[in-house]
Design a protein. Structure first.
Length: 1052
């Protein structure tokens, strides 16, 4: 390497330096075109879910027959850390959580094998269990509502299934297209029990006739005459008339047609729930992308295909396709805003540089670090498999001002040396002299900029080694900003010296001259201040320490904490609950009233409603007293209130609506792909034990106490909701005498209420269920159940009524049963009103829980956001301590000393005064982005102090006295310190202002750095020199802190 190291080589080889730089830019543009686009980094949760549906079965029976059986098998899946379950009527949901770092594909295969074993112990007539990974990439990319002015929901569902949905399956990146809502076509056979009994037949005889009369079985192969023939029994029923004409053999000979003892209807399945979009009934279609596919490109492909179908009239005129959600819209807006923040930040930083340099050439040289560093980052992102998302782009937007810090220090030092250095032969434009001067000037600051870059990296290095949600969430931001900073260092010691050596001063505009005069006045003012500071360094230190203590106490008293800020994408979820057992019609009427209230609040773009349950892919789960509405507000730029403010306004209107027996909850839908706590509520408390009644008693007590805490609303526990069921209790002795088994009673009950799918009817390439059920008109009240006829297996025994062999009893049963670790658990949840910080509420809640004593075998603990907050805050403190330690180590190695690093590290705690002021002024809470900002500040705020202390050391090596060197170094370094501080602060200002969609997540981080760095400017120029004097004169003792220092008179 040539003399002067890498900088010297670059100065002497300008063409090579430029060509290498151009190569990096070209590779960066190439990599940019191949980066996938998404809202957030790909966060894979180490969790697997299992769902089982068993229509009409109560929660307690579901727990006993399904949940316990599944838990016993799934709990022994390798590396499972937590197993939780929620059992409701007709549904069992089990969540498996695994250790961090577990290969989820291996876990999925293991859990699938356990599930296969568990199926042997499950009832035969349940729907097939569903097992899935908790992968945010599997969340819907787009959702549509299909409605029609002419067709029934049955016909609409058939058209959507058979024609519309299939048009998207072959699109690149599309993984699945699921249809939900509407009713599927079914063939219903409604037997006349009394007619059957009069002929000596039973419902079972009718069922067997349908099963045996609708078979198509292969019969083997015939080999004859040199040919081979396949054979089959063509026993499929070809049409509805064939079903009605099926013969039923009579006990005494002869037969009767099925139509004589039953009614055959070509109809639809029972209405489970209702789907509508903006008040119009319809069906829902959900499009999911492949895990590695580009969300924005998939959405574009879907829109293009939709437009093509409309242009070719493949969508009938009576059918309307409405967009319910499109994740790519918010992604595009968020990424565009992050990009604009980066661009505007870069432009503002360049304006600051130009005002200080007064030289357009120098400004462009410094500014070149930004696009070139970003191109290097794109190459690294492509090689690392990262995506363009709000975190990676946010990292670049945060770093644009920092990217020119090193180049500013380098160029400013080279320019200053060129002004002071007499050129060869007295000519200022001599190139050899400029090259020599540039090499020497670059060598003078090389160590300082390497040290400052190293501290930046050391502060965030621990983030790359942690797992969990925080590591996955912020890792790409750390990687991108670190890569860009390293690239800017290389540019500062290669391209900048090469160009600066050949730069000629240009004539300065009068505005620039005014700026220079202002800077000179600032220097003079600073010199006067420093003359006073160096006399009383101890008092300066004590004063700063007092301010720090006050700021820390003030921040502690505010107690404003949250995990992650809420992103305002305008999506609001409204959940409605009524009394258990309410009919679908009554529920629907109530929901329509609430829809009107929603529209009255204004700023509503659309409402997507599901009444009476939920839709999970193709699975529809019916629970008549529950409904959910997805409210989409107009874009944030077109409304004057935030989503949270809209929710408060809506809740106030609901309270005035006098909806008796109706619980309405509204919340922002949250950031797509982020599963925060184990409950969607702000606060959660869990109580575990074996007896459900005892758990309910404890739950009632905690709920009552929690409702007394200010700032809490929507307090409830998981066992609060009950519903009535009628339990049929057989008289076993009487039933045995009449030849009736318990299984006969259970089967008759199933046929009477839900019906029994006994076969299927094939038409074209679709098959439809044939369901045998009793006519609905026979059951207008629970008492009608007693009139069900029972047929035993013994033909010599007559049919009997249900009331003859059983009693029908009514009782309460819980709507939901929760379990954790294969033990019953009761969960208390609550939301915040917003007028009190989460930290204050949690502190009071903990006091309440400590005062409640539980009996042996029962335990309680906080979960929800509070659990996450406690865990993440603990992790943040560890990372902060590591950052401080690593930054100190880097500087200790750099200086081969402990004194100077100690002086420089004092910037860190005192810069927190600025952070506290920034959070108080903006009203922001202490969240994980704020913690990340504080950790990044550890590496950033020391940069100015490093530059200052480095130059103090240079002056002292040249023979200057301590105090004189401190004051002169401060005066000479004030300009570059002011420039680097302003460029970093101004570069981050667009993000700190939080303009546009998607800015909420990174705004606290930017505010933290801007506020902390702004205050550290004063710390670097005043407190650091005072501390330097104290430490280097050995004056760190309480008796000597206030002693006056004597120093030589400094020439102005």
């Amino acid at each position: 390497m040539a003399k002067g190291g890498l900088a010297g080589w670059s100065v002497r080889h300008p063409v090579s330096t430029l060509m290498l730089t151009l190569t990096v830019v070209v590779l960066g543009l190439f990599a940019l075109g191949r980066l996938s686009v998404d809202l957030l980094p790909h966060i894979i949760y180490p969790q697997i879910g299992v769902r089982v549906l068993y229509t009409g079965v109560s929660a307690t029976i579901m727990e006993d027959k399904i949940t316990r059986q599944l838990e016993e098998q799934l709990a022994i899946t390798e590396d499972v850390t937590v197993i939780e379950s929620t059992t409701t009527e007709g549904r069992s949901s089990i969540e498996l959580s695994f250790a961090e770092g577990k290969d989820l594909e291996v876990a999925y295969q293991d859990a699938s094998a356990r599930l296969d074993r568990a199926k042997r112990f499950l009832p035969k007539n349940i729907e097939p269990p569903i097992i899935f990974k908790r992968d945010p990439a599997q969340l819907p990319v787009m959702e549509f509502a299909i409605s029609s002015t002419l067709r029934s929901t049955k016909d609409l569902r058939t058209w959507t299934d058979d024609i519309f949905s299939k048009r998207f399956l072959n699109l690149p990146g599309v993984a699945s297209v699921e249809v939900g809502g509407g009713e599927l076509r079914e063939i219903h056979v409604l037997p006349d029990q009394r007619r059957l009994a009069g002929l000596g037949l039973s419902v079972n005889d009718l069922i067997n006739a349908i099963k045996k009369g609708n078979e198509e079985e292969p019969g083997g192969k015939l080999r004859a005459s040199g040919r081979e023939y396949s054979s089959r029994t063509a026993g499929r029923l070809q049409n509805i008339g064939a079903i009605a004409a099926l013969p039923l053999p009579l006990p005494n000979g002869g037969s009767v047609q099925l139509s004589e003892v039953a009614e055959v209807l070509d109809t639809q399945e029972d209405e489970k729930l209702r789907v509508r979009f903006n008040g119009v009934p319809g069906v829902k279609i959900t499009i999911q992308k492949q895990p590695t596919a580009n969300t924005v490109k998939v959405a574009e492909q879907v829109r293009y295909r939709m437009a093509w179908m409309k242009a070719n009239r493949l969508i009938p005129e009576d059918i309307t396709v409405s967009e319910v959600s499109d994740q790519s819209v918010f992604i595009r807006h968020s990424l565009n805003n992050a990009t604009m923040a980066a661009i505007s930040g870069a432009i503002l930083a360049m304006i600051v540089v130009y005002f200080f340099l007064g030289d357009i050439r120098g400004t462009l040289i410094i500014g070149s670090a930004i696009p070139i560093s970003i191109m290097v980052t794109f190459v690294i992102m492509a090689l690392s498999g990262l995506t363009l998302n709000i975190m990676s782009l946010g990292g670049l937007a945060l770093g644009v001002g920092m990217l020119i810090d090193n180049t500013i220090v380098m160029l400013e030092n080279i320019a200053r040396h060129k002004r002071l250095q007499p050129a060869k032969n007295g000519t200022k434009n001599d190139e050899d002299s400029d090259v020599q001067v540039a090499s020497e000037a670059a060598a003078e600051v090389n160590s300082a900029i390497v040290a400052s870059t190293s501290t930046n990296l050391a502060a965030v290095l621990p983030f790359l080694f942690i797992g969990g949600f925080i590591g996955l969430m912020f890792r790409e931001l750390i990687i991108t900003i670190s890569a860009a900073i390293v690239a800017s260092l290389l540019i500062a010691i290669t391209l900048v010296p090469s160009l600066a050596a050949r730069m000629r001063e240009s004539k300065k505009h009068k505005v620039i001259l005014h700026v220079e005069r202002w800077v000179q006045q600032l220097r003079d003012y600073y010199r006067d201040i420093m003359h006073k500071v160096v006399k009383i360094p101890g008092r300066v230190m004590l004063g700063a320490l007092a301010i720090l203590i006050v700021a820390a106490l003030f921040m502690g008293l505010t107690n404003r904490e949250e995990n992650l800020p809420t992103m305002d994408d305008g999506n609001i979820v409204v959940r409605i609950t009524m009394d258990p057992g309410i009919s679908l019609d009554v529920m629907d009427d109530t929901v329509k009233r609430i829809e009107k209230v929603i529209h009255q609040q204004g700023d509503v773009a659309s409402i997507f409603t599901i009444v009476g349950g939920w839709i999970f892919g193709r699975t529809q789960y019916q629970i008549s007293n529950r409904s959910s509405l997805k409210v989409k507000l107009v874009p944030v730029t077109d409304r004057n209130i935030s989503s949270q403010e809209w929710i408060k306004k809506f809740q106030k209107a609901i309270r005035k609506s006098e909806l008796a027996g109706v619980k309405v909850r509204a919340r922002a839908s949250g950031i797509r792909g982020i599963r925060g706590s184990r409950t969607e509520d702000d606060i959660g408390v869990r109580v575990q034990g074996k007896d459900l009644d005892t758990l309910v008693l404890y739950g009632d007590e905690i709920v009552a106490r929690l409702r007394q805490i200010r700032g809490v609303r929507n307090v409830r526990h998981s066992a609060e909701e009950k519903r009535f069921e009628f339990a049929i209790e057989p008289d076993r002795k009487r039933a045995a005498e009449l030849g009736i088994e318990v299984s006969d009673i259970s089967r008759a009950q199933k046929i009477a209420l839900d019906g029994l799918v006994v076969s299927d009817f094939v038409e074209g390439d679709r098959s439809y269920a044939i369901r045998v059920r009793l006519p609905r008109k026979q059951f207008s009240s629970p008492a009608d159940m007693e009139s069900i006829l029972l047929f035993g297996e013994r033909k010599d025994k007559p049919a009997v009524y249900l009331k003859d062999v059983a009693k029908v009893n009514f009782r309460e049963t819980p709507m939901a049963v929760k379990r954790e670790g294969q033990r019953r658990m009761l969960e208390i949840t609550a939301s915040l009103t917003g007028d009190r910080p989460l930290g204050a509420v949690l502190s009071e809640l903990q006091t309440v829980l400590d005062s409640i004593k539980l009996q042996s075998g029962y335990n309680k603990y906080i979960t929800g956001v509070g659990e996450d907050l406690k865990k993440d805050k603990g992790l943040a403190k560890i990372l902060l301590a590591l950052a401080v330690f690593l930054v100190y180590v880097v500087m200790a190695v750099q200086y081969e000393s402990l004194r100077n690093p100690t002086v420089i590290m004092l910037c860190v705690p005192f810069s927190l005064i600025g952070v506290v002021l920034g959070l108080l002024l903006t009203g922001m809470s202490l969240s994980m982005p704020v913690w990340l900002g504080i950790i990044m500040l550890v590496g950033i705020v020391v940069n100015n102090a490093i530059v200052l202390v480095e130059y103090i050391e240079i002056l002292r090596r040249k023979g200057q006295a301590l105090v004189e060197a401190v004051i002169e170094a401060g005066q000479l370094r004030l300009r570059p310190i002011l420039m680097t501080t302003l460029t970093t602060v101004v570069g981050m200002m667009p993000l700190a202002l939080g303009l546009g969609e998607g800015s909420e997540l990174l705004q606290p981080l930017a505010v933290t750095i801007v506020a902390g760095l702004s205050f550290s400017f004063f710390v670097s120029l005043i407190l650091v020199p005072a501390t330097y004097i104290l430490i280097h004169q050995g004056r760190i003792n309480w008796s000597g802190l206030t002693k006056r220092l004597k120093f030589p008179k400094i020439r102005s």
